[in-house]
Design a protein. Sequence first.
Length: 319
Amino acid sequence: MDVIQQLREQAKKLLEEKKVEMVIGFGEGTELARTTPVFITNPEEVSALTWGPLCANNLAKYLTDYQNLPGNVAVVVKGCDSRSVNRLVTDHQINRDKVVVLGVPCSGQLDWKIVAATVDPAAKLKGFSDDGESFTVKTDAGDYKFDKKEAMLHRCLVCENPNPVVSDITVGKEQPVKNYEDRFAEVKALEQLGTEEKSAYWDKQFSRCLRCYACRNVCTVCTCRTCVFDQMQPMWVSKRNNLSENTAFHLIRAFHVAGRCVDCGECDRVCPVDIPLRKLNQKILKDLGDLFNAPTPGSEAGLASPLGEFATGDPEEFM
């Protein structure tokens, strides 16, 4: 039985037995290369659920929207997404007892832009196959093969949790950890630049920012009831779109999620102008690892933020 069928059966069982009121999962998108979140409340609608190397969304974000439902909610998560569940519980944003985690081991997610640029736009999706080092996308117009090193999202090339770190029901086979490059290679390269070169690099990136707040809105640890960027009094960042305000926005946000960012890479994926925002968060993750030997937030249940607790063995060079 394939993963999609198993997923549908588990979702149907949960709904029929009234163990959950809703199942949040992946459904086919309006175009072949993309999927969309689906919110299923009827057991007869589970056929809308799908799974494959185009299910990039981190669905854990939606748990905060439904935390006040009288019943429970089930959510489909990959390994990186599952870290968000742990982090949301630790931050007291969701009640773990009201969430059923449907974990699916993941062997990587394709960059939808690469797929869309290759596959016949009129083709209908028939399925996928994982050939180890490549994915084959099967359509009624033929099969298309994508090398993982060339076509996967960068976060998948350096994935540390292909298997969910928290799961009530696991569907599919466990996947091996397979890193194609050094996890912090890009950050290390930026660290080697001089001060002026670093400034020029980020000025070029932030000058393109639209201030659409997609990165903030998709982030699973941006959970403040009133965001600092929406405040009018005091107004920490104005509504003007210029390099100075854009830089302030991104640096403030990076430090607000420091020690809590689960490195799911959603900020990178949704940015409409392709600003490499994950590099900012990875720089902080790298520093926290170097300074405090801190693992990726959410990789363990109940893991405290390294910036939210004090240990007598912490380095104190700044004092």
